[in-house]
Design a protein around this ligand. Structure first.
Ligand code: HT7
Ligand code: ZN
Length: 875
């Protein structure tokens, strides 16, 4: 497969002004009739160019221009599309093709999910439906007629408004939909099946009535309340925060069980992975409730940031995804606990995106080439893209940022544009020079800042030096300095308060943003009344690694005194990391491990605090994950990391048993379940305390966990308890609970996903046999992406000690799955392989074992998706 390059971009030779589609639905032979109104694009000059259409796996039955069937010598058909050698300046192209949705296991284009028909067209799925210029800069209005069996597919949905429906002979019926907003093909969608709807209404700020519908299979009718409430909150928030109103009379969400990602923002007809929309207190955890709220909002926000203003080409993917993730993060922060949301987002980012940036598939927020665009729906495009937008917000301030956003939507409404267009609006409204800032989009890798500071007692000055450097990434050996906003405060060691900041004679308050532009910069704060500890990169003001030679006392001080909630948490993480580093070294050297009393004392203080933010406290009590610890090690030693982290957890549990118990008991509640911040925080804190107590298999803790499991009050508590029982060393605790849970929920696929994950993330050594055993379970299927993620993804991504077994059996299992999935669902195969691509981070023995499995995969006939990833991993 050949790469596509950004620098080769050319506008389309022909535009489509209107698209008319007719689907005669049948599982193995759906007939798709298309009538495209086309015209030459003056942007490509006067010359009459051939018409190139994308198309894959289509059986062409008819092709005509302006009603005249084409002769075979007037066009050429290949594996990836069709070329018509000569066409008029303006014309109607008619095609009829036959496709096989039942055989479509890749879940791109039109496919079957159970007995439903549904589509996924982003990024390049539409070409599996009909011949079309399947690129985001071709935008057309759509009229879609769906014909289905009146009994099997009583519901026929597409984007826009329904304009006609009727009966047809042979028990068939049809519905015609019209979408008045020009859209690219990737936003096309249809769903057909036996579905039920839950309906609500929303009145927009300007007084328009919008019907809101969530379509589900009948058994899921009781699981839509939270998604509907989230949708309405998101609609209001986007009006109030960004001045954006919804623009159709109808907004539909459909839940499907087989879906490659979380959800899809198709115009007027969002299609959701059922895991991203269905919730019920008995079946979904607090985390799932929050995830649903975030994803519903994300897809809704795309209606403006993505649909009304879309991407010129797929290199600009972060234009819509980075901006929309930033918007959904802010929405969730406003709706729930803002500091906790930031802590959760950053701890995920620093673990997973930093690892991507340091691995063989590292790429810029705007890549300059790809083989398979499906491989670029990454943490870099989404999450780092959001961090880049957040930096813009921080550099400009909210008001100017909002004006920039207004300008962007007004100027480019109905257009397909570039990242320059977006940043250009921000520069225009603020008058700031953002040219150096643009490097964030073109340069891959995680910048590292080395900070150093000292206090000059005699002069009352604090001197801070910042040095930046971005390590080389594949294809980018040399990096340029970036424009980095470093937010900071100086916390007085005597007063424990933020000190006033004066820089170059200017008074800046107690919290400011430094603009780091050079490789090295010195800042001298004057009139600093007492010796401070610097609180750097507050709120994670830039997606960088910041090093500062903090002592343990400094960190304990910041943990107790920093006014920035995020940095207080971060100081606790840094303190724990110092202790963990020592223990990892001790484990490696076979030296006895000793618990650092300063960590115990810091935790004792936290546990004794009358914290009014229980959610933040729960985060502060959570040790850095094994994955995060691994990120900090030059060579990852999975066993030492696991041993060190368990040792710290057990040490804290032993030293602070009574405090954890008191926290657990103080946060028990009999209140009916609600996914509200205050309740979520209590449950989170209670379950963190229980996890410490269970780490030492304390008899009282076992009793509490069993009672919590059996009480079955809500899935958050049940899942926490079941996980702790299952992950304990006591088979007599695990097996009866797993059995009871498995039997109780055998009918619910989303709960069974949790049952799989809990089992395959056990630390016990025999877990690999269990993974293989569960792969044969009737509820498991390699064709269902949720099942693959719940079982294989969780094992390879979350069970680090067992996936990285020194006999290589974990790697072998993953390779077997990748080889099978490469045939069934290349997009999922190319994602699930990720842990193997990180071989360079491990010891030589594991490196060899992992590379051997990558070579084994390379020996297969590979899809472009897996080929691209494997080639990069072995380069
Ligand atoms: N924009 C959507 C992307 C998406 C997708 C991409 C590739 C393959 C399948 C997919 N399903 C959805 C999701 C989003 O970011 O909102
Ligand atoms: Zn998105």
């Amino acid at each position: 497969p050949q790469p596509t390059y950004l620098h080769d971009y050319q506008p389309p030779a022909y535009r489509v002004t209107h698209t008319e589609l007719k689907f005669d639905l049948a599982p193995s032979a759906t007939k798709v009739s298309a009538r495209l109104q086309l015209e030459r694009n003056p942007a490509r000059g006067e010359e009459a160019l051939p018409l190139e259409l994308d198309g894959e796996g289509l059986r062409l039955e008819r092709i005509a221009i302006d009603g005249q069937a084409l002769n075979p010598d007037e066009y050429a058909q290949g594996d990836s599309g069709l070329t018509i050698h000569r066409v008029p300046e303006r014309f109607a192209l008619e095609t009829e093709v036959v496709i096989d949705p039942a055989a479509n296991t890749a879940l791109e284009g039109l496919y079957r999910s159970g007995s439903m028909f549904c589509t996924q067209c982003e990024a390049e799925g539409f070409r599996r439906i009909t011949f079309y210029p399947d690129r985001p800069d071709v935008m057309a209005t759509f009229t879609t007629t769906l014909i289905g069996d009146a009994e099997r597919e009583p519901v026929l949905l597409a984007g826009g408004n329904p304009v006609e429906r009727g009966e047809l002979p042979g028990g068939r019926h049809f519905v015609t939909w019209e979408d008045p907003h020009p859209k690219p093909s990737y936003l096309f969608a249809l769903v057909a099946g036996d579905l039920e709807k839950v309906e609500d209404r929303f009145t927009t700020a300007s007084g328009r009535e919008v019907a809101l519908q969530i379509w589900v299979e009948e058994e899921n009718l009781g699981k839509t309340d939270h998604a509907m409430a989230s949708l309405k909150r998101a609609m209001r928030w986007d009006e109030e925060t960004y001045g954006r109103e919804y623009d159709l009379d109808l907004f539909m969400i459909v839940a499907v069980n087989d879906f490659n990602m979380g959800a899809m923002e198709n115009k007027g007809l969002n299609i959701f992975n059922s895991a991203a929309v269905l919730t019920h207190p008995q079946t979904a955890t607090d985390a799932a409730f929050q995830r649903v709220e975030g994803i519903v909002a994300h897809e809704y926000f795309h209606n403006w940031s993505g649909n009304r203003v879309t991407c010129r080409d797929w290199f600009q993917l972060s234009l819509k995804e980075g901006f929309t993730v930033f918007r959904d993060q802010c929405f969730s922060a406003d709706t729930n606990s803002a500091p906790v949301k930031r802590i959760e987002d950053v701890s995920f980012f620093r673990t997973a995106q930093f690892a991507e940036d340091a691995g063989p598939t590292a790429h810029p927020v705007r890549p300059d080439h790809y083989i398979e665009i499906g491989n670029f729906y990454t943490l870099t495009i989404y999450e780092k893209g959001a961090e880049v937008v957040r930096m813009l917000r921080n550099l400009l301030g909210w008001e100017a940022f909002r004006r920039g956003s207004d300008l962007y939507f007004a100027r480019f409404d109905g257009q397909a544009v570039t990242i320059e267009d977006f940043v250009g609006c921000m520069a225009e409204v603020s008058g700031q020079d953002l040219s150096q800032f643009m490097r964030w989009y073109s340069q891959a890798g995680t910048p590292e800042i080395d900070a150093n500071g000292h206090y000059d007692y005699a002069k009352g000055e604090y001197h801070l030096t910042l040095r930046q450097r971005t390590p080389a990434t594949p294809g980018q050996p040399d990096k340029q300095p970036l424009h980095i906003p470093v937010r900071l405060g100086l916390v007085g060691t005597k007063s424990g308060h933020d000190l006033s900041l004066t820089l170059d004679g200017e008074a800046l308050g107690t919290d400011t943003v430094l603009h780091l532009r050079e490789e090295e910069q010195h800042f001298v704060f004057t009139e600093v009344a007492e010796a401070p500890v610097p609180s750097l990169l507050r709120g994670f003001s830039a997606p960088v690694k910041l090093r500062f030679p903090y002592g343990r006392e400094d960190l304990a001080f910041l943990l107790a005194n920093d006014s920035d909630g995020f940095n207080r948490w971060d100081a606790g993480q840094r303190l724990a990391m110092l202790a963990l580093d020592d223990l990892i070294a001790a484990h490696r050297n076979g030296v006895e491990k000793v618990m650092d009393p300063r960590v115990i004392e810091a935790f004792r203080v936290l546990l004794g605090e009358e914290s009014d933010d229980k959610a933040v406290l729960a985060e502060m009590l959570t040790l850095p994950s094994e994955a995060y610890i691994a990120e900090q090690q030059p060579v990852v030693d999975v066993d030492a990391i696991h041993a060190a982290r368990s040792f710290v957890k057990q040490g804290l549990a032993m030293a602070l048993r009574d405090e954890f118990l008191a926290i657990y008991e103080a946060n028990l509640s009999e209140a009916p379940y609600a996914p509200e911040p205050e309740q979520i925080a209590r449950r989170g804190l209670k379950n963190v305390a229980l996890s410490y107590l269970m780490s030492i298999e304390d008899e009282r803790a076992i009793e509490l966990a069993q009672r919590q499991f059996e009480a079955g009050h809500n899935m958050t508590d049940v899942r926490s308890a079941l996980t702790l029982l299952t992950h304990s060393s006591r088979g007599d605790l695990a097996e009866p609970a797993l059995k009871a849970f498995g039997e109780q929920w055998a009918h619910d696929p989303l709960v069974m996903d949790q049952w799989f994950t809990i089992q395959v993330t056990r630390p016990q050594e025999d877990v690999l046999d269990r993974v293989r055993f569960l792969m044969q379970h009737p509820a498991f299927s390699l064709k269902n992406p949720n099942k693959v993620r719940a079982l294989i993804g969780a094992f390879a991504g979350q069970n680090r000690v067992n996936f990285h077994r020194i006999d290589g059996e974990g790697y072998k299992l993953l390779a077997e799955v990748v080889i099978e999935l490469n045939r069934l669902n290349p997009e999922i195969a190319a994602r699930i392989i990720t842990p193997l691509t990180r071989w360079a981070r491990f010891d030589e023995t594991r490196q060899a074992l992992m590379k051997a499995q990558l070579e084994r995969i390379r020996g297969e006939a590979l899809s472009p998706n897996v080929y691209e990833v494997v080639e990069k991993a072995l380069a």
